[in-house]
Design a binder for this molecule. Structure first.
Ligand SMILES: [Zn+2]
Length: 296
């Protein structure tokens, strides 16, 4: 052992090294660029305490704020073939999946399905996770949404989809495009059963998700200033070679043009969902009885 390099140098380095602050202590607001104390930001549901900008939030952080007393049950997604095309771009798809799962707080895919009560009324929530491979929709997300819809029908509960997606999962090729049809049929089942289907659009809701179940709600709620559209503004601009109007594809613009029904602050989302599900479901009773029934 070299005493000088292995012992003295590391000790010296530790002495003179700057004590780094823990990595996630501060978060910079992408809108107003204010540095925010991460704990305060989380307590505020990831809404900037300075300018009110709604930052992207992962389902497991969002769900406790939606259900009564923050309690809900998570439902594992149906098993699907992993990497059916043995796809590889810069990285192998199965490796990419594993990496995303390691960062996913236990979530296995870009969709989380949960059930619980909102204002005493059972609701099924399917929430997407933009932090998981861009919230892209592959077979697992499609299957998960079908499961959530079947659960809503079996338990006579409203279905609430919270979308945040860059579109179809390209690594699954045509299989990911098939999910557009499957999720469309799934929400159709909920409507046929006379149950409410509410779509909550968060930043960003684009591509295949906006081209399927996200735009088929009985009611569309958008979070403030979210990007909602099919292709991004840059793609459209370079295709039509025209400048797009101010605020194009943002929630408020879509509200003005009749594409969404409500723009709701994240702090008001729970109470809005409670009010809407109550209005659309009629008298409570059937749902609470269904609470005791098995999920599938
Ligand atoms: Zn801000």
């Amino acid at each position: 052992m070299n005493w000088l390099t292995n012992f003295v140098r590391p000790k010296l380095r530790a002495l003179v090294a700057r004590k780094e602050a823990p990595e996630n202590l501060w978060t910079k607001c992408p809108k107003c660029e204010q540095m925010l104390f991460t704990k305060d930001l989380e307590a505020n549901q990831s809404v900037c305490t300075h300018c009110g900008h709604h930052m992207r939030v992962r389902p497991l952080q969002r769900l406790p704020h939606l259900f009564d007393e923050g309690k809900y049950e998570l439902h594992p997604l149906p098993k699907v073939p992993v990497d059916p095309l043995k796809f590889r771009d810069m990285e192998r798809y199965d490796a990419r999946l594993k990496k995303a799962q390691a960062k996913g707080d236990g979530a296995t895919e870009a969709l989380v399905v949960a059930s619980g009560t909102m204002g005493g009324r059972l609701a099924i929530v399917a929430a997407m996770d933009f932090g998981f491979i861009g919230g892209s929709m592959g077979t697992a997300v499609g299957e998960g949404l079908v499961m959530a819809a079947e659960m809503a029908v079996a338990r006579k509960a409203p279905l609430i989809a919270i979308s945040a997606s860059g579109g179809a999962r390209m690594q699954e090729g045509i299989l990911s495009l098939m999910q557009l049809t499957r999720t469309t049929i799934a929400v159709g089942m909920v409507k046929e059963a006379g149950l409410p289907y509410i779509s909550v659009l968060t930043d960003p809701t684009t591509g295949g998700v906006s081209a399927s179940f996200a735009m088929l709600g009985d009611i569309h709620i958008a979070e403030p200033d979210a990007i909602i559209g099919f292709a991004g503004p840059r793609v459209i601009e370079s295709t039509i070679r025209q400048e797009l109007p101010e605020g194009f594809q943002r929630s408020e613009y879509l509200l003005e043009h009749g594409m969404v029904d409500l723009v709701v602050h994240r702090h008001k989302l729970r109470e809005t969902l409670m009010r809407l599900t109550a209005l659309l479901s009629g008298p409570a009773g059937a749902e609470s009885r269904a609470l005791a029934a098995p999920s599938r």
